[in-house]
Ligand binder design. Structure first.
Ligand SMILES: Cc1cc2nc3c(=O)[nH]c(=O)nc-3n(C[C@H](O)[C@H](O)[C@H](O)COP(=O)(O)OP(=O)(O)OC[C@H]3O[C@@H](n4cnc5c(N)ncnc54)[C@H](O)[C@@H]3O)c2cc1C
Length: 616
């Protein structure tokens, strides 16, 4: 019987990250994954990154993960989301060619000699004294550690209208239930659900009626060792369409045919990834919703209409799609559907993602109740690293929530029983001014160093951080005299924005009306100092937020001491500064103290910060 140190069940986004990091330590790794599905395949939105998620991809990249490398190689349109907002919440989003992404993943993994990719379906796993026996559709294997990354496949069921089939995604069979794979592991009593929109034939769209969104050449690639602005694939545009009165009318008129609303689907969907039915029935007065029409690949015939995922019957999908301007003659090549699946109770997991009751068994990805490729990849990395570190008798890798979104996600997952799919967004962090995309290397370097891998990545990061410190010192130490033309140039409008004295570069960068990046670029140009744009960006933003970050650390310390403080839940329920979700949850639970408020599932750190700031 073939034996491995680490076996990963599932070759999705969580699985390939787990395998890749484990293999870097030289242990023997197997990915056992169902035949017919490529490694790192994207069953839904063909994109990587986005708000909160772009930060995860850069964190992963700095830790030595795969996702940033693959997204750059397969990236066909680059954008910065939230670019009109503060730097902390700006995120990179890359449209990917989904076939190319999976092909690159296959090539990369195939080039790692100590990873075996086994295309078989796992049917049963038996723990024995110090290892597991895995039985697949063809044979059995032994392994010391297992990482389960089975996505939406556990007892998966697909719905399009009244038609129901068993499967993990379209054209794929389901995986058996966890209780049959193992003998004594529980899943959550409730099931989760996700959905995907119909795919449209790209030749049947009238693009002249849509708003074009070209790729932005100023967005940096994800992988820090790639040249930041050299694209590795051909660039194409995405397009913006809108639903209208007629579209939403068709969906509302067919409510009884919607499996989500006629009782056929019992699973709970992601609040922040609503289907078009959710939007139609929950917001009856709103008819105009954005629909981003995105290519699925350079050579693929399909366009992905982001924002209209649906499990309505096929004829209704075609009717509402054709009511959208520009899509009047659209042909649907694959109809939208919803998938229901089992997830595990993540409070049964340690912060290393190892199961509490069954040592050496780890879980990562959508099977943990999360939604999204980036969330899956982040967990895959942590599970893969920790399974290997444990095997080698080394300290575990535990990312603090104050330094990373991956840390936020894993702490949230392991401390609360989920009642809906978990998605990352920036408000989940109480420290979001610090955990930004631009400073991912600074934040992740201590964790990466802990792995003692000493690759080109580590050398690059050391040099980058050395240069970062030098540039910070330059900003503190370089004084711009009051007679310098720069002082005049940086003065804004009116007396309050007049710079009339000698100032350090650091002081200048903090002025509210100045864009810190272009300001620092100008100062460096004036002094003849040549520095890469990446470095300028991270130093400029770090300086700009310096004071706020220190305040937020102080705030965090205060929050910890405030648990007994009385609060008025009615005030919170009516506050405009608090999200709808948090107000809903507060109204339901009616917490009396700050400590109680903190424990409510779904209450965001940003809400706690608002309540705390009012109370102090
Ligand atoms: C229909 C649909 C819609 C989605 N919509 C969205 C969305 O709108 N937004 C979003 O962010 N995310 C969406 N997702 C989720 C996204 O696909 C996942 O978050 C992500 O792929 C999870 O990665 P993973 O590695 O956990 O699992 P997956 O990528 O699903 O990989 C699981 C792997 O496990 C393998 N596997 C399962 N069981 C077995 C077994 N018994 N033996 C061997 N191999 C097995 C499968 O073959 C598969 O390769 C959607 C997913 C689906 C299916």
């Amino acid at each position: 019987m073939q034996t491995f140190d680490i076996t990963i069940v599932g070759g999705g986004h969580a699985g390939i990250e787990a395998a890749h990091i484990a293999a870097q330590f030289g242990v023997s790794v197997a990915i056992i994954t169902m035949p017919g599905i490529g490694l790192g395949s994207a069953p839904c939105n063909p994109s990587v990154g986005g708000v909160g998620k772009g930060q995860v991809v850069r964190e992963l990249d700095a830790l030595g993960g795969l996702m940033g490398i693959l997204a750059d190689k397969a990236g066909i349109q680059f954008r910065t989301l939230n670019d009109s907002k503060g730097f902390a919440v700006q995120s990179t989003r890359v449209q990917i060619d989904k076939d190319l992404y999976s092909q690159r993943a296959e090539e990369l993994i195939a080039n790692i000699p100590n990873i075996s990719v086994i295309r078989e379906k796992v049917l049963e796993i038996k723990p024995s004294e110090d290892n597991f026996e895995i039985t697949t559709s063809k044979r059995s294997y032994r392994t010391k550690k297992i990482i389960m990354t089975v996505g939406t496949f556990l007892n998966g069921k697909l719905h399009t209208g009244s038609s129901q089939t068993l499967g993990g995604r379209v054209d794929c069979e389901p995986s058996r239930g966890l209780q049959t794979l193992f003998s004594d592991i529980k899943t959550l009593p409730l099931r989760f659900k996700t959905g995907t929109p119909p795919r449209i034939d790209k030749k049947t769209i009238d693009y002249t009626k849509l708003d074009e969104q070209p790729s932005d050449s100023t967005v940096r690639n994800f992988h820090c060792l790639h040249d930041p602005f050299t694209r590795l694939s051909e660039q194409v545009s995405c397009f913006l369409a809108r639903t209208n009165h007629e579209t939403m009318g068709i969906i509302r008129a067919n409510k009884e045919k919607s499996p989500m609303f006629n009782g056929q689907i019992k699973g709970v969907g992601a609040r922040y990834c609503p289907s078009i039915e959710d939007k139609a029935y929950r917001y009856p007065d709103k008819n105009v919703h954005h629909v981003f029409i995105e290519p699925e690949g350079l050579k693929l015939d399909t366009m992905y209409p982001s924002g209209i995922s649906s499990s309505l019957p096929a004829d209704v999908q075609l009717e509402y799609v054709r009511s959208i301007e520009g899509l009047e003659k659209a042909e649907i090549l694959v109809y939208g559907y919803a998938v229901e699946y089992d997830v595990i109770d993540t409070t049964e997991l340690k912060i290393t993602l190892e199961h509490n009751q069954i040592p050496n068994l780890y879980f990562a990805g959508q099977v943990n109740g999360t939604s999204g490729y980036e969330e899956a990849a982040g967990q895959g990395f942590i599970a893969g690293a920790n399974a290997t570190l444990a095997l080698l008798g080394l300290d575990p890798l535990i990312l603090s929530r104050h330094e990373s979104y991956i840390g936020v996600m894993i702490e949230d997952l392991t401390s609360n029983t989920r009642d809906e799919p978990y998605r990352l967004f920036t408000a989940r962090s109480e420290n979001r001014l610090f955990i930004r995309e631009d400073n991912s290397i600074q934040r992740m370097f201590p964790y990466r160093s802990q792995l003692l891998l000493n690759t080109t990545l580590d050398i690059y990061q050391k040099i980058f951080l050395h240069d970062f410190e030098e540039l910070l010192d330059f900003c503190d130490e370089t004084m711009i005299p009051e007679y310098s033309p720069l002082i005049l140039e940086f003065s804004g409008e009116g007396d309050l924005q007049k710079l009339s004295r000698r100032m350090s570069v650091t002081e200048i960068l903090k002025q509210a009306w100045l864009n810190p990046i272009s300001t620092l670029e100008r100062v460096l140009g004036y002094h003849g100092v040549v520095v890469p744009l990446d470095l300028i960006r991270t130093v400029a933003i770090s300086k700009k937020y310096d004071g706020y970050i220190k305040n937020s650390q102080v705030q965090h310390e205060k929050l910890k001491k405030m648990d007994g403080m009385k609060i008025d839940w009615q005030n919170i329920s009516s506050s405009k500064n608090i999200s709808f979700e948090c107000r809903q949850r507060v109204t339901r639970i009616k917490p009396e103290t700050f400590g109680q408020l903190k424990l409510i599932e779904g209450i965001r750190p940003a809400t706690l910060a608002v309540v705390a700031a009012k109370a102090l």
